[in-house]
Design a binder for this molecule. Structure first.
Ligand SMILES: CCCCCCCCCCC/C=C/C(=O)SCCNC(=O)CCNC(=O)[C@H](O)C(C)(C)COP(=O)(O)OP(=O)(O)OC[C@H]1O[C@@H](n2cnc3c(N)ncnc32)[C@H](O)[C@@H]1OP(=O)(O)O
Length: 303
C-alpha cells in the first residue's frame, strides 16, 4: 500500500508494515497533525494540498494530481483523509475545493482504475468513490467548489456535492455528467445528486445525453451558482465563504443535514449491492471494450 507522507504541519500515514500509531480509517496508520502556532496551517501530500487559515476558519483544499487531477485510488484516499481531518478540526468552519492544475478542476474518476484490473481492485476502488461522496455530500462544514477548469463526470460529482459552486467564466471549459458518452452509466447516487441540484427533467436530458455544459449553460440550468473571471475564482470563493460563515454553524449544518440525509441514507442502505453492481458492470467485456476505446480516443486526440 502506498505511503502518504505529509511534511511540515502535517500528518503521516504509512502502510501496515510501518505501524507508528493507531486509529486511522482506510487501513492506514496516521500520526495526527502537528500544527505550528501561527494562523496558517499547511499540509501537502503528494496529491492534495491543504491550507487552513485558522483566523478565518477557511481551508483551501487543492487538487494537485497532474496532468488532469484524475481521481485514482490513492488520490481518493488522500482526499477523504484530508476532509476527515478538517471536519475534526474545530478551527476549520468551511472548505474550498479547487485545482492546482491549470485549466482542469478534475478529469473525474481515473479510468485506468476501472480498466483491465481484478474484481477485487474494482471493489476497493468503488468503495473509495462511495467514501468520498458520502463524506462530501454529508459534510458538516460549509463547502464551496471553486471550479477553475474542465470538470467532467466524477469531477462534476465532487462539485455538485459542495454547498455552492463558483466557476471560471471561460467558454472553453465544460462541466457535466458525461458517463453515457463513455458507454458507462452514472450510478443512482450520482443521479440523485444531479436531480437534487438541477431538477428531474433537466437531469433526464443531462444524464441520458451525457451533456457537458459550457459555464454559461451550466449557470442557466443551476448546475453552478456563479460565474466569475478566471483569475477571481478563488478570491470570490473566499469572500462567499465569509458571507456563509455569518450564519451560525449549528443552524446551517442541521438545515443541510435535513435536506441531504435521505439521499445519503439511500446509498448507506445499499452500499454492498451498489459495489457488486459496479464490479459486475465494469467487468463486462462490452464495458471494458468501451473504456478501452475511450482511452485510445483520448490518446489519439493529441496526435
Ligand atoms: C446498472 C447500473 C450500474 C451502474 C454501475 C456503475 C457504472 C460505472 C460508473 C462510473 C462513473 C464514472 C465516473 C467518471 O468520472 S469516468 C471519467 C470521465 N472523465 C472523462 O471523460 C474525462 C476524460 N478526459 C478529458 O476529456 C480530457 O483529458 C480533459 C478535457 C479533462 C483534459 O484535456 P487535455 O487535452 O488537457 O489532456 P489530455 O486529454 O491530453 O489528457 C492528459 C492525459 O491524461 C489522461 N486522462 C485524461 N482523463 C483521464 C481520466 N479520467 N482517467 C485516466 N486518464 C485520463 C489522458 O489519457 C492523457 O494520458 P496520456 O498523457 O498518457 O496520453
Amino acid at each position: 500500500m502506498a505511503a502518504v507522507l505529509r511534511r511540515g504541519a502535517s500528518f503521516i500515514c504509512l502502510g501496515s508494515s510501518q505501524l507508528l500509531s493507531g486509529g486511522c480509517k482506510h487501513g492506514r496508520t496516521c500520526i495526527l497533525p502537528f500544527f505550528s502556532s501561527n494562523n496558517r496551517n499547511s499540509s501537502s501530500s503528494s496529491k492534495i494540498k491543504v491550507d487552513l487559515d485558522s483566523s478565518t476558519g477557511i481551508a483551501v483544499v487543492k487538487f494537485q494530481n497532474p496532468p488532469v487531477n484524475s481521481m485514482s485510488l490513492d488520490f481518493l484516499t488522500e482526499f477523504v483523509i484530508s476532509l476527515e481531518k478538517l471536519e475534526l478540526d474545530k478551527s476549520c468552519r468551511g472548505v474550498i475545493l479547487t485545482s492546482a492544475q491549470p485549466k482542469i478542476f478534475s478529469a473525474g474518476l481515473d479510468i485506468l482504475e476501472m480498466y483491465g484490473k481484478s474484481p477485487e481492485h474494482y471493489a476497493e476502488f468503488w468503495k473509495s468513490v462511495q467514501d468520498i461522496w458520502l463524506k462530501m455530500y454529508g459534510y458538516r462544514k460549509m463547502t464551496i467548489a471553486a471550479i477553475n477548469g474542465f470538470s467532467p463526470a466524477g469531477g462534476c460529482l465532487v462539485a455538485l456535492s459542495c454547498d455552492y459552486r463558483i466557476m471560471a467564466d471561460n467558454p472553453r471549459y465544460r462541466i457535466g455528467l458525461n458517463e453515457t458518452q463513455l458507454g458507462i452509466v452514472a450510478p443512482f447516487w450520482f443521479k440523485d445528486t444531479m436531480v437534487n441540484t438541477v431538477g428531474h427533467r433537466t437531469a433526464e436530458l443531462s444524464l441520458q445525453f451525457g451533456l457537458m455544459y459550457s459555464p454559461s449553460d451550466a449557470l442557466k440550468i443551476g448546475l453552478v451558482d456563479q460565474l466569475v473571471p478566471e483569475e477571481n475564482v478563488l478570491g470570490t470563493a473566499t469572500e462567499t465563504m465569509t458571507k456563509w460563515l455569518a450564519i451560525p454553524d449549528h443552524a446551517r449544518e442541521i438545515s443541510k443535514s435535513m435536506l441531504r440525509k435521505p439521499t445519503v441514507d439511500r446509498l448507506l442502505a445499499s452500499r454492498d449491492a451498489d459495489t457488486k453492481n459496479f464490479v459486475n458492470f465494469v467487468s463486462r467485456d462490452s464495458i471494458q471494450k468501451s473504456l478501452g476505446l475511450y482511452l485510445t480516443m483520448l490518446k489519439e486526440r493529441k496526435e
